[in-house]
Design a protein around this ligand. Structure first.
Ligand code: HEC
Ligand code: HEC
Ligand code: HEC
Ligand code: HEC
Ligand code: HEC
Ligand code: HEC
Ligand code: HEC
Length: 386
């Protein structure tokens, strides 16, 4: 194979530049400390626009929500690789991704940093792996910011993902990709709006500047959903029993507000093509609000059904028993209540398997189809036994 054709020399340089320009870890503890000070500063005076105070401040008065949230995927969906043990875990490992990539080799670089090489193509060159997305409940994928030849920031989502069972495999959606330049041997590139969104959906606050992120508050913390809390904290300290309404306590907070909040990241119909919504392909199981919004449970319950009917937004689903979820169904489908429509097949158990079955997508990732309905007979009979 002629390396020169596949690999213009500029590509090799890009990797070297990217590595040379990679900066050291940014200390998250510092960010938290700074925010705590900001909250203390604001106790005396009302400031015009509320600012972020950090989740440690919320812990003071909402210890229970804090403890629950800490276990949720939301609380650990974005890390600097250098602040995790990923370098130790990956060091010395390799993964054969097959054609056209070859075998990736991972190297600990000291101070928690990690890099990857593809010796068959790029010999000793190493590509740094900067951020880790995903809590690991399902999977973790690494992302690196680099500078493209035109000076714009480019994000490289690594080709290889670590799944919850510890297995390395291609990143979801990365099968059958053709690398266009050297960097794309290491991952898919994105820039502009899609790159901003990628980081937006996994962090509380982040601003991309060149090859790094400044003002980073990692993962989805209290204030991503409730809004900057400095004013609430100030008011709660002055009036500890009944501070003025805040966020979900506002009179204007309704079902629609909640769909907008959760759907901003879990996806609303507006981010999906009309044709896809009509066809409802399997992959839409991943976009829970899209399914729920077309369910008769939502449409015919005066649109009362919302995410928090079934999910405590602070508690991970991994801590919930199936039967608890089924209790939520039964609330509206009680056989003994005349105005309720009960199940003619199984009125008290098994609701999720038959009406919200798990759908397997790429690489064994499973999502529950939130379009609650009576499924095709084939699916139904194969599910009925389990
Ligand atoms: C000094 C104590 C204190 C701190 C710090 C504090 N809160 Fe509160 N918060 C309260 C009190 C008191 C209430 C009203 C009673 C209740 O619901 O527990 C409240 C209510 C709320 C509510 C319900 C909405 C409402 O208007 O009833 C939310 C949401 C909330 N807090 C979020 C937060 C978040 C997010 C933080 C961190 C940014 C935070 N709180 C920090 C004391 C505090
Ligand atoms: C800022 C983006 C964002 C918002 C807003 C958001 N989510 Fe998430 N959610 C995520 C991401 C990212 C994950 C994946 C976490 C991981 O890495 O495991 C997730 C995971 C989840 C999970 C599964 C993980 C677990 O531990 O249980 C549930 C359930 C969930 N979200 C429900 C909600 C609900 C309900 C709302 C609205 C109240 C909401 N989310 C709002 C981005 C968001
Ligand atoms: C529109 C918001 C959004 C964008 C943009 C987004 N994610 Fe996510 N991501 C989510 C949500 C929500 C989940 C939770 C799983 C789910 O329901 O799809 C998630 C889950 C994940 C996971 C955990 C594994 C899994 O599939 O559950 C990884 C890893 C991940 N995202 C990486 C990325 C990377 C890398 C990018 C950008 C290149 C990105 N995401 C862009 C919202 C987003
Ligand atoms: C994914 C979005 C999300 C995150 C993250 C989140 N909340 Fe909430 N929170 C909500 C929603 C939605 C409600 C309203 C629940 C309802 O209507 O049943 C709520 C309700 C509350 C309430 C009032 C009801 C209650 O449970 O006491 C408090 C207080 C609160 N949140 C505090 C916090 C704190 C503190 C954190 C961080 C440790 C946090 N929240 C993180 C979405 C979120
Ligand atoms: C807020 C109340 C509410 C909740 C909670 C709820 N449903 Fe429903 N559901 C309804 C209403 C109302 C209808 C329409 C009933 C009718 O008149 O046929 C419906 C219809 C259905 C249908 C028939 C759908 C069709 O397309 O024919 C199924 C199946 C169903 N629900 C299952 C469930 C399951 C399973 C759960 C729990 C995961 C659940 N529901 C939770 C209110 C609810
Ligand atoms: C009628 C009950 C119900 C409602 C309403 C509901 N969910 Fe779920 N959700 C479930 C069940 C059941 C599971 C599977 C739990 C398990 O794994 O045991 C689930 C799982 C999830 C997961 C984990 C990934 C997956 O699909 O398995 C996410 C994320 C999620 N829900 C988000 C949402 C969001 C966002 C909303 C609002 C648009 C919502 N859910 C509304 C019942 C519900
Ligand atoms: C073994 C699979 C199975 C289980 C378990 C199951 N269902 Fe069903 N359900 C069905 C089938 C099949 C139908 C359609 C029956 C028909 O049309 O004759 C149905 C119909 C329904 C309907 C529509 C009834 C109507 O008259 O329109 C509702 C509501 C419903 N189920 C709710 C539930 C709830 C709630 C649970 C859990 C308590 C549940 N189902 C458990 C298979 C199941």
């Amino acid at each position: 194979m002629n390396r020169g054709l596949i690999l213009p020399s500029a590509g090799v340089c890009l990797i070297l530049i990217a590595f040379a320009a990679f900066r050291g870890p940014q200390d998250l503890a510092d960010v938290d400390a700074r925010m705590t000070v900001a909250a203390d500063d604001s106790t005396g005076k009302a400031s015009s626009a509320p600012t972020l105070v950090g989740r440690q401040v919320c812990r003071e008065c909402h210890a229970e929500n804090f403890a629950l949230h800490a276990q949720h995927g939301h609380a650990s969906t974005f890390h600097l690789v250098s602040q995790t043990d990923l370098a130790e875990t990956f060091d010395g490992q390799s993964f054969d991704a097959g054609e056209p990539y070859g075998t990736y080799h991972y190297h600990a670089e000291g101070e928690g940093r990690l890099s990857v090489s593809l010796p068959e193509r790029f010999e000793q060159d190493r590509f740094p792996l900067q951020y880790a997305l995903g809590s690991g409940h399902h999977a973790q994928t690494m992302l690196t910011l680099t500078t493209a030849v035109d000076g714009q920031t480019e994000g490289i989502e690594h080709r290889v993902t670590c799944y919850s069972d510890g297995r390395l495999a291609l990143t979801p959606g990365h099968a059958n990709k053709t690398p266009h330049d050297a960097l794309e041997y290491f991952g898919d590139s994105s820039r502009g709006e899609p790159l901003q969104r990628c980081i937006y959906c996994h962090t509380t606050s982040a601003k991309i500047v060149g090859e790094t992120i400044v003002d980073l508050v990692s993962s989805i913390n209290c204030e991503k959903c409730h809004g900057p809390g400095s004013e609430h904290v100030r008011a709660a300290r002055l009036n500890p029993t009944s501070p003025p309404p805040y966020s979900v306590g506002e009179p204007s907070w309704d079902t629609e507000s909640e769909f907008q909040l959760c759907g901003d990241c879990h996806r609303l119909p507006r981010s999906i093509s009309e044709k896809e919504i009509r066809d409802y392909p399997k992959l839409l199981a991943r976009f829970q609000p899209v399914g729920l919004l077309r369910s008769r449970c939502y449409l015919e319950s005066d649109r009362q059904l919302k995410c928090t009917t079934c999910h405590n937004p602070h508690q991970t689903i991994h801590a919930i028993e199936r039967s608890e979820h089924e209790q939520h169904c039964i609330t509206c489908h009680q056989p003994e209540v005349a105005e309720h429509v009960a199940c003619p097949v199984s009125p008290t158990t098994g609701c999720i398997e038959c009406h919200m079955p798990a759908v397997e997508l790429d690489e064994g990732l499973q999502f529950h189809d939130h379009y609650i309905r009576v499924h095709e007979p084939t699916l139904r009979s194969s599910q009925a036994g389990g």
